[in-house]
Design a protein around this ligand. Structure first.
Ligand code: CUA
Length: 393
């Protein structure tokens, strides 16, 4: 019975490891490559599933991620085993310990089983050699106090040890107040993108989908939702934590090495749940401060794209998007510094002119179910708005 239980535990552990490392890595790999696209990505018409389930070829204006593009350093891996933050490291160590204990139990139980089988076979052979007609009965043991005590006490101790180290890990990770010197970031989940707010005395910075953090400093996340339940998960930095409407959750991480860490929504939240990707840019503190200062600046007012700004302000764009000084919509991502980002569509489409233009033309063609409507702009208006948005760095 215990052998069976151990076997189940091991299969479970292995399955858990495989899912945790395999699933997001596959899903995010394309995104990684997307960000790496220094040179322009070649157009690659991709089959996209239509709402009715059929697969249609998009025309060449859709530029998708180039599978041959080199990965951004450090960004390719989303494995929970490549922990780069205290909480994920503790979770990984706990996982290894539980796995090792399970392996130990498995080996001991299977060892006794093998021993019993071998002894039974030998006894039968010996009996046959002596001319006996049937195999001898094994020694029957009833009510052995030492055995009963052993198989009650040993599992109790194992469960007790597992409970205590699990409680210790939870206590370290699931803290209720920010670590000392933590940087607070408010994370708001939307269908299907992420809003990041940096409350600050010098003025709040609002951005979307790409979170910048300094390395070597705890990041205290305040998690909220604008619509349904989402879950924040960046496997190398922090365990999953839900974003729940009307309820605030907290979690934290501390990136130890500079790089880009990929994550994604880990709670099914509707059609585009799988394309609700997170990119965490862990920078040297100076680089981070420079980024924060840049984001705090007012939107660029480039006179050469006045026509695009006019189109943006005359159509419904301004109802949903904020561009400081031009509009203050709240439903969609803040675009004040859009051009400082690497991606659009919540991390799965590289930001370049062709993709941005295709997105504005008809977002649903790139991201079916997306809440941003096509405004049916004509070609000249599309070009103007695209050029305008690309000046917002
Ligand atoms: Cu948001 Cu799944």
């Amino acid at each position: 019975m215990r052998g069976c239980r151990s076997l189940i535990a091991i299969v479970f552990c292995v399955a858990l490891g495989v899912t945790a490392t395999g699933a997001p890595a596959g899903g995010l790999q394309d995104d990684t490559n997307a960000s790496a696209a220094g040179p322009p990505v070649p157009p690659a018409p991709a089959p996209v599933r239509q709402p009715d389930g059929s697969v249609a070829d998009l025309d060449a204006k859709l530029v998708v991620c180039d599978p041959d593009a080199p990965p951004v350093s450090g960004a390719g891996v989303t494995s929970i085993f490549e922990a780069e933050s205290p909480p994920t490291r503790e979770i990984r160590e706990l996982g290894f310990l539980v796995f090792a204990i399970c392996i130990g139990i498995f080996v001991v139980v299977q060892g006794f089983l093998a021993l019993a089988i071998v002894r039974g076979i030998r006894a039968r052979r010996a009996a046959r050699a002596e001319g006996a007609e049937s195999s001898p009965e094994p020694t029957q043991v009833y009510g052995s106090v030492p055995i009963e005590v052993a198989w009650t006490v040993i599992p109790t101790i194992i469960v007790f040890v597992l409970t205590m180290i699990t409680i210790r890990t939870i206590r370290d990770i699931d803290i209720t107040s920010p670590p000392e010197d933590a940087l607070e970031v408010v994370v708001i989940g939307h269908q299907w993108w992420w809003e990041f707010r940096y409350p600050n005395d010098a003025g709040e910075v609002v951005t979307a989908n790409e979170m910048h953090v300094p390395i070597g400093r705890p990041i205290w996340l305040r998690l909220e939702s604008a619509d349904v339940i989402h879950s924040f998960w960046v496997p190398r930095l922090a365990g999953k934590m839900d974003l729940i409407p009307g309820h605030t959750n907290y979690t934290w991480f501390e990136a130890e090495r500079a790089g880009i860490y990929l994550g994604q929504c880990a709670e099914y939240c509707g059609t585009q749940h799988a394309h609700m990707l997170i990119r965490v840019y862990a920078d040297e503190p100076d680089t981070f401060d420079a980024w924060l200062d840049g984001q705090r600046k007012p939107a660029v007012e480039d006179p050469t794209v006045a026509e695009g700004r006019r189109v943006f302000a005359e159509y419904a764009c301004l109802n949903c998007h904020t561009v400081d000084g031009t509009s203050d919509g709240m439903f969609g991502p803040n675009l004040t510094h859009l051009a400082s980002r690497d991606t659009i569509g919540s991390g799965f489409i590289p930001l370049d002119r062709a993709n941005l233009r295709a997105w504005i033309d008809d977002p649903a063609q790139l991201k079916i179910g997306c809440n941003m409507p096509s405004l049916k702009l004509d070609a000249a208006e599309l070009d103007a708005v695209t050029d305008y948005l690309l000046t917002l760095n």
